[in-house]
Design a protein around this ligand. Sequence first.
Ligand SMILES: Nc1nc2c(c(=O)[nH]1)N[C@H]1C(S)=C(S)[C@@H](COP(=O)(O)OP(=O)(O)OC[C@H]3O[C@@H](n4cnc5c(=O)[nH]c(N)nc54)[C@H](O)[C@@H]3O)O[C@H]1N2
Ligand SMILES: Nc1nc2c(c(=O)[nH]1)N[C@H]1C(S)=C(S)[C@@H](COP(=O)(O)OP(=O)(O)OC[C@H]3O[C@@H](n4cnc5c(=O)[nH]c(N)nc54)[C@H](O)[C@@H]3O)O[C@H]1N2
Ligand SMILES: [Mo]
Length: 758
Amino acid sequence: MTHWGAFEADSDGDRLTAVRPWRDDPEPMRLIENVASAQHHPTRVDQPYVRQGWLERGPGGTGRGDEPFVPVSWETALDLLSGELARVYREHGAEAVYGGSYGWASAGRFHHAQSQVHRFLNCLGGYVRHVNSYSLGVSTVLLPHVIGDIGWIMTQATSKESLVEHAELVVAFGGLSPKNSAVSPGGVSRHNTRGWIGAARARGCRFVSITPLRDDTPAEAAAEWLAPRPGSDAALMLALAQVLDAEGLADTEFLDKYTVGYERFVGYVRGEVDGIVKSPEWAAPITGLTVERIRTLAREMAAARTLVTVGWSLQRAQYGEQPLWLGVVLAAMLGQIGLPGGGFGHGYGSAASLGEPARKFSPPRLPQGPNGVDTFIPVARISDMLLNPGQSFEYNGQHLVYPDIRLVYWAGGNPFHHHQDLARLREAFTRPETVVVHDPFWTSTARHADIVLPSTMTIERDDYGAGENDRVFFAMKAITRPHGEARDDYAIFGELAERLGVGKEFTEGRTVVEWLRHLYEEWRQRHTEHDLPDFDTFWASEHIELPVPDPQQVLGADFRADPQRFPLTTPSGKIEIFSETIDSFGYADCPGHPVWLEPDEWLGGPAAAEFPLQLIANQPRSKLHSQLDVGAYSQSTKVAGREPVRLHPDDAAARGLRDGDVVRVFSKQGSCLAGLIIDDAVRQGVAQLSTGAWYDPDPTDPAFCRHGNPNVLTPDRPSSTLSQGSTGQLCLVDIERYEPDLPDLTVNRPPAIMINGT
Ligand SMILES: Nc1nc2c(c(=O)[nH]1)N[C@H]1C(S)=C(S)[C@@H](COP(=O)(O)OP(=O)(O)OC[C@H]3O[C@@H](n4cnc5c(=O)[nH]c(N)nc54)[C@H](O)[C@@H]3O)O[C@H]1N2
Ligand SMILES: Nc1nc2c(c(=O)[nH]1)N[C@H]1C(S)=C(S)[C@@H](COP(=O)(O)OP(=O)(O)OC[C@H]3O[C@@H](n4cnc5c(=O)[nH]c(N)nc54)[C@H](O)[C@@H]3O)O[C@H]1N2
Ligand SMILES: [Mo]
């Protein structure tokens, strides 16, 4: 299984000879085509490597990312690395090791690389960790103050089945993207996005898709498409709230019984605070929508069983708290939270797991052990941390200090894919003394490391797993031998642990299969009330189905039925439309109730005079993040080998651009090449360049990517002081035809490698 779907394959022992989607998947995804074609690509790391300068001069950042690599034996690599780990822990302590290692790695849950690296570093005394994710940096911090923790919102979301039967209107901020809901951490068994949307539509449910891209919602929805200026959703939502209030459509009984702070908020909406009524007349010029449509939409929402769903992309932006919080407030004003088919949702188009009813219990996982270090960073503050050791910063009401990191250990992620302002990250990556990366591929991150150790891919090892909220628990047997000398992360950490005197703690004396059996049987013992098969029976079968208690689950149904007995986990136990806690932090960029804050980079602001296009750096259709970008399906979508950028016909015409042109996309931070696709599914004023193209920096200018990674363009700006999340989704750019001769790509070949001193 992959994060993007289960498949069946034939193999000759070295490679997959045929790949078919799992026969039980009703909506299989072409992403599985990337797996076989990438497995033996020249960019697979075939053996361990050490950067030349590190090998010759010892630890230090000079030359990192530029110098060639020297192939070394596993013995040499493991001796060097264990020696360096011992030195850093001895001289600087565990607080000098960053083991955050954010990333999706691969689907199987035993070989989950982050769990492996964390368990290993914990055996050595611990590491500086990260909190939160790039996916949900704002949500994870904001929602516990407002309605409940993110785990609850994700697993207890009103089910798709409930929506199919009861929803009359779905208002989807950020759309219901079929490409995004192809994916879920740990995998997807039966894709069903088009299925549930089509069934709801057939029953008469209407869909309104509020996004800059028409194809953010599948055709089955027959959705009305509204395309406000990206980043202006909070203004639109405030105007919807204003109409509900002014026309007596707000459910005051619900607001009294289940929420706190409505009066403070509605005073702001009415203009009592700043003299500005947040009416449709006010919001229309901000959003670019008509007064009429905003007003009628509010009325339609009040007249129907309505789901307000906010996509994850809206919070991956500066002031991302505001539209998310307002989504909760609108749903509360409609009074439908806790009712079937209505209320609030977060990301029905963002991941396959959203709206799958919760399982009774989750599949087994590898325990990571206790971390001896308390220091952490919000995940997207990686460059800030490396560049500013000792500097203090604020986060969610806490005063924190950046640690002084000497060694960075990354397994299962690609920061040179995922982080913003890559030229700045490259500078930050010169600071540590040593950077270690495990990856199956020569990703841009591997190229910015000192010690590169080749990992196996999922298809090359035994594992098991089930996606988040997914009811199918698969046995995932190895179907080929490993590529080259690649080893499992577990085997690598086991060898290192042995050399460092913690072998027993790390492995507990078990092989991979012994671990799989041990974790499985322990798990089965915990759930004896459910007749689960023993390990051998499970392993010999293909999968088991996990029990789902309530296929018709509704978010907050208990709370609605009895708010005293089932209070929310917020400080007041109710929905917080005004949060005393957030207010007490005194952050100007996230006050005590949701407001409209003008972002630095949006089409309505002064910065758009210089950079008049809003870049949407969303998730890619043809791959998961940067994974398997060299694979066949991903490659089939490139234009002249570059990542495609989509532009509205009028914006292309104004620049004299033609379909298929190679263009230069540029922002305040940097520039990249991309291949132009002209498409009226894109809102005017918007350019869409998805993430995922492997960063291929020009040798003389790290802010220029020859391949089309949008993160050379995006600023490294936090969402707010409260959440310090990633804001990768949006930035301002311009586009011009690229006139010079096209530079070759180098990232689709291995880096320079020295053999016998050459
Ligand atoms: N501009 C912009 N940037 C964004 C976003 C955005 O919307 N806009 N979105 C952000 C989001 S939501 C996310 S989640 C991140 C994703 O960022 P990442 O999760 O870092 O991206 P991936 O490409 O999935 O990286 C996973 C890496 O793990 C490697 N890998 C796979 N299996 C194994 C294994 O078994 N062992 C080891 N050691 N390695 C393995 C893969 O080869 C790959 O290099 O990107 C973020 N970046
Ligand atoms: N195929 C595929 N699927 C994926 C992933 C992948 O890499 N590939 N990544 C997975 C991961 S890790 C995550 S976190 C989720 C992310 O899920 P999302 O965050 O929902 O995904 P995105 O594609 O980044 O954004 C969805 C859409 O939001 C719209 N949008 C952007 N800005 C605005 C705005 O200001 N207002 C409004 N109204 N709409 C806006 C864009 O048109 C964009 O296409 O996707 C997951 N699914
Ligand atoms: Mo994500």
